[in-house]
Design a binder for this molecule. Structure first.
Ligand SMILES: CC(C)(COP(=O)(O)OP(=O)(O)OC[C@H]1O[C@@H](n2cnc3c(N)ncnc32)[C@H](O)[C@@H]1OP(=O)(O)O)[C@@H](O)C(=O)NCCC(=O)NCCS
Length: 135
C-alpha cells in the first residue's frame, strides 16, 4: 500500500494482522455463491472502524468510502481477512486503506487479494460534531 501518513508521531504502527476475519455465508451471496459487494463494503467499513479504535478511543462516524475496487469474486466458504492501515491522520479524521484478502475454501492454501478501498472516519463528540482524534 502507498504510505501517505502525515505526522505519524501519535499513530500506532501498522499491524500485520487483519483488523477482522470473517467466513462468507450463503446469506451474504447471490444464488450462484458469489458474495455481494455490498456485504464486503460493510465489512470494510467495520475493519476501518476497528483500526480507528486501535489508534484512539473515540466515537466515530464514517464520512466517506472511496476508490473501492473488487478485483476477484469472493465465494461462500472463503475466509476473508480485512487488513486496515491508517495512512493519513487529520485533525478530526483518519484515512484508512483497507485491503481484502480471501483464503479460498475450494483451493486450500490459496490467498487472493480480492478488493481494496479507502475509508475516512471522523471522531465526533456526544453531539455528533467533529472533535480532534487526539486531544
Ligand atoms: C462526518 C460529519 C460529522 C462531518 O461533519 P462536517 O461538519 O462536514 O465536518 P468538517 O467539515 O469539519 O469535516 C470533519 C473532517 O471530515 C473530513 N471530511 C469531510 N468530508 C469529507 C469527505 N467527503 N471525504 C473525506 N474527508 C472528509 C474533513 O476533512 C475533516 O477532517 P480533518 O479535521 O481531519 O481535516 C458529518 O458529515 C456527519 O455526521 N455525517 C454522517 C456520518 C454518518 O452518519 N456516517 C454513517 C453513515 S450511515
Amino acid at each position: 500500500m502507498v504510505d501517505e501518513r502525515q505526522d505519524s508521531g501519535t499513530l500506532k504502527p501498522t499491524t500485520a494482522h487483519p483488523a477482522i476475519r470473517v467466513i462468507m455465508m450463503p446469506r451474504d451471496a447471490q444464488a450462484e455463491g458469489r458474495v455481494f459487494g455490498g456485504h464486503l463494503l460493510s465489512l470494510m467499513d467495520q475493519a476501518a472502524f476497528a483500526e480507528a479504535l486501535r489508534q484512539a478511543h473515540n466515537r466515530y462516524v464514517t464520512v466517506s468510502v472511496k476508490e473501492v475496487e473488487f478485483h476477484e469474486p469472493v465465494y461462500v466458504g472463503d475466509v476473508v481477512g480485512f487488513y486496515a492501515e491508517t495512512t493519513r491522520l487529520g485533525r478530526t479524521s483518519l484515512t484508512i486503506q483497507v485491503e481484502v484478502r480471501a483464503d479460498r475454501r475450494r483451493s486450500p492454501g490459496r490467498n487472493v487479494r480480492v478488493a481494496h478501498g479507502e475509508v475516512t472516519i471522523v471522531a465526533v463528540n456526544e453531539s455528533g460534531q467533529p472533535k480532534p482524534v487526539f486531544e
